[in-house]
Design a protein around this ligand. Structure first.
Ligand code: CMP
Length: 279
């Protein structure tokens, strides 16, 4: 068991004594064909290492229908994403044929990672790469970006998790990041000169924001606040600038989006001004 565990990427650097302490925290689970191990949207309390068998990973598309994301086999693992982010399960994982797993619960993982920070570092690398892979699949804009820089996208984005009610961008403040929403919902609103909040359409998974202020080098034009717990990918302004310079297809997609949005903001401000004069 100890030798088998060393084949798993997160544990490859541990000595025999440390591996034995991990083994003591693992629980063996048998899974039948079609058995759902984790379900998209559920809360996550454990991660799983595959000892034997194949496991199918799928996510719901915009139409609600499941889409295949990956096939995982012996030596691979899953369930780390919600443990690391605190967000609901990002995908459903189902057994294909008979399989066997090792289950590591949240508190057990925390105990191992407290002594061996490299275990968490490996899991975080996989987590980020998988997030990027999923998002490239789900968002047209990120697909364009990913096609031009497939190797570097995971390096230039930061994964952020925010509780409900957090202000991500504040109207009037300097632009600080280009964001892609991966999980959760954000409210977007314009604050009028007399302090009222006028809502725009809410942001859902796959939506991007923060591009207008960076493109125009002007203060943020609307406040973005999380409605639920949210996970997002954020790109710093210098990477955003480089992206625009290096990738003409991404530049034109981002400019189109920004054009539509600033037109909507202008219309809203004109409407507000007219209403104010009529009152
Ligand atoms: P979690 O969100 O906790 O539960 C579902 C798991 O599916 C997720 O963690 C990942 O381990 C796994 N998963 C999600 N997306 C991918 C992907 N693109 N490739 C491989 N595994 C994935």
């Amino acid at each position: 068991m100890v030798d088998g565990l060393r084949q798993l990427a997160p544990f490859s650097g541990l000595d025999a004594g440390s591996l034995a302490s991990v083994v003591a925290r693992l629980e063996t689970i048998a899974v039948g064909d079609g058995g759902v191990v984790v379900a998209e949207g559920d809360a996550g309390d454990a991660m799983y290492f595959i000892v034997r068998g194949a496991f199918h990973v799928e996510r719901r598309g915009e139409d609600g229908a499941p889409r295949a994301v990956a096939e995982l086999r012996e030596g691979e693992f899953f369930g780390e994403m919600s443990l690391l982010s605190g967000a609901p399960r990002f995908a459903t994982v189902v057994g294909r044929g008979e399989g066997e797993l090792l289950r590591l619960g949240r508190s057990e993982l925390e105990a191992v990672a407290a002594v061996h920070p490299e275990v968490r570092a490996v899991l975080e690398r996989f987590y980020k790469e998988r997030l990027v892979a999923n998002v490239v699949r789900a968002s047209r804009l990120f697909r364009i970006i990913g096609e031009a820089r497939p190797d570097t996208l995971a390096e230039v984005v930061r994964v952020e998790t925010h509780p409900a009610g957090a202000v991500l961008l504040e109207q009037g403040a300097p632009g600080k990041k280009f964001c892609l929403l991966l999980r959760g919902t954000c409210d977007v609103f314009h604050r009028t000169s007399d302090g009222r909040e006028v809502p725009y359409a809410a942001m859902a998974e796959g939506d991007v924001f923060g591009e207008l202020s960076l493109l125009q080098e002007q203060p943020v034009t609307a406040t973005v606040r999380t409605r639920t717990r949210c996970v997002l990918l954020a790109m710093a302004p210098e990477w955003f600038d480089q992206l625009l310079r290096d990738n003409p297809a991404a530049r034109s997609a981002i400019y189109d989006l920004a054009g539509e949005r600033s037109q909507r903001t202008r219309e809203l401000i004109v409407r507000e001004e007219l209403q104010r004069r009529l009152i």
